[in-house]
Write a protein that binds this ligand. Structure first.
Ligand code: HEC
Ligand code: HEC
Length: 253
C-alpha cells in the first residue's frame, strides 16, 4: 500500500513537472551554444570559433555590424559598409587573398592572403589593433581564437577544390551519408529547408556549394556565425570534402 502511494506520488510529480525528455531547452541554452564558450574548450572548438570570427566577427559575438567602410578597403572596389570589415572579405574564403579566388571578381582588393601566417597570438593582436579593430570590437580573448585558427586551422583548399572550375574531389556516397544523418536535420534531405536567398534567387545548400565551394568548405569546417549550426572540424578534412562534393549535387533552385 505504502509503496503504491509513493509510486502514485512520483507519477503525479512527473505529470506536473513533465518528464525531462520532453522539455524544451530555454533560450539561454541556445545563446550559450551559439555565442558562448565551453568550460573546457577543446582544440577543435577553439579553432572553429576562430574560423567563425574570421568569417564574421560581429555576428559571431552577437554584436551590431560596424558602421562605415574599413579604412584599408581600396577605393578601386565599389563595395562599402559592414562586409568590408570581415576578415574573409580582404583575405578570402581560401585564405589566399589576391593569390586566391579574390584575385578577381567583386571582392578583388589586391590584398595579400593569410595562408602561412606565422605570428603568435600577441603578434596577431597587434596586427588587429593596427587594422583598426578596437578591444571593444575584437577583445584579446577572441583575438586568441583567431590566432589559433590562423596558425592551425587553415585548410589548403587548392588541394581539394579545383581552382579554376570549383570541382571537388570527394566521395559523394560517403558525403551523402554524412549529409543525410547530420546536415539534413536543419537543411532537409535536399538542402532546401533553409533559404537565405529571395524568391527570384533562392539560397540553398546546393546553390551555395555550386556558386562558392570555398565558402561552403569554410562553413562545413567551422560552422556559420550567429546561428545554431554544427561544424565537422572534429573529423578528417576529407569527410568535410566528401560532404562538399555531395552538396554540389543538390538542387540549386
Ligand atoms: C579591409 C581589408 C582588410 C580586412 C577586413 C582585414 N585585413 Fe588583414 N590585412 C589587410 C592588409 C592591407 C594587410 C597587409 C597585407 C598586404 O601587404 O597586402 C593585412 C595583413 C594581415 C595579416 C598579416 C600581417 C603580417 O604581419 O604578416 C594578418 C594575419 C591579417 N591581416 C589578419 C586579419 C584578420 C584576422 C582580419 C579580421 C579580423 C583581417 N585581417 C581583416 C587588410 C585587411
Ligand atoms: C543545427 C542546425 C544545422 C545543422 C545541423 C547544419 N546547419 Fe548549416 N546552417 C544552419 C543555419 C540556421 C544556417 C543559417 C541559414 C540562414 O542564414 O538562413 C546555416 C547556414 C549554412 C550555410 C551557409 C549559408 C550562407 O549564408 O552562405 C551552409 C553552406 C550550410 N549551412 C551547410 C551545412 C552543411 C553542409 C551541414 C552539414 C555538415 C550543415 N549546414 C549543418 C543550421 C544548420
Amino acid at each position: 500500500m505504502n509503496n503504491c502511494r509513493i509510486a502514485t506520488g512520483v507519477v503525479a510529480a512527473l505529470l506536473i513537472a513533465g518528464p525531462a525528455f520532453t522539455q524544451e531547452h530555454d533560450e539561454s541554452y541556445h545563446a550559450d551554444y551559439i555565442f558562448g564558450a565551453p568550460l573546457e574548450p577543446t582544440e577543435a572548438w577553439i579553432i572553429t570559433r576562430g574560423g567563425r570570427l574570421y568569417d564574421n566577427w560581429y555576428a559571431t559575438q552577437d554584436m551590431d555590424a560596424p558602421e562605415g567602410t574599413h579604412p584599408a578597403w581600396p577605393s578601386s572596389n565599389s563595395r562599402t559598409g559592414a562586409t568590408t570589415w570581415r576578415c574573409k572579405s580582404c583575405h578570402g574564403w581560401d585564405y589566399r587573398g589576391a593569390d586566391g579566388k579574390y584575385g578577381s571578381g567583386s571582392y578583388e582588393t589586391g590584398i595579400a592572403g593569410v595562408m602561412g601566417y606565422s605570428g603568435d597570438p600577441a603578434a596577431l593582436e597587434s596586427v588587429l589593433r593596427e587594422h583598426g579593430y578596437s578591444e571593444a570590437m575584437i577583445p584579446s580573448e577572441q583575438s586568441q581564437y583567431i590566432a589559433a585558427f590562423l596558425s592551425r586551422g587553415l585548410d589548403d583548399m587548392n588541394a581539394v577544390i579545383d581552382f579554376d572550375t570549383g570541382e571537388v574531389s570527394g566521395d559523394t556516397g560517403h558525403g551523402a551519408a554524412i549529409f543525410q544523418t547530420n546536415c539534413a536535420a536543419c537543411h532537409g534531405f535536399d538542402g532546401r529547408a533553409l533559404d537565405w536567398g529571395d524568391a527570384d534567387e533562392p539560397g540553398y545548400v546546393g546553390t551555395e556549394a555550386n556558386a562558392n565551394p570555398w565558402e561552403v568548405l569554410h562553413k562545413i569546417r567551422n560552422g556559420h556565425p550567429g546561428v545554431e549550426m554544427i561544424s565537422l572540424r572534429a573529423f578528417d578534412l576529407q569527410d568535410a570534402v566528401d560532404v562538399l562534393a555531395y552538396t554540389r549535387t543538390l538542387p540549386e533552385k
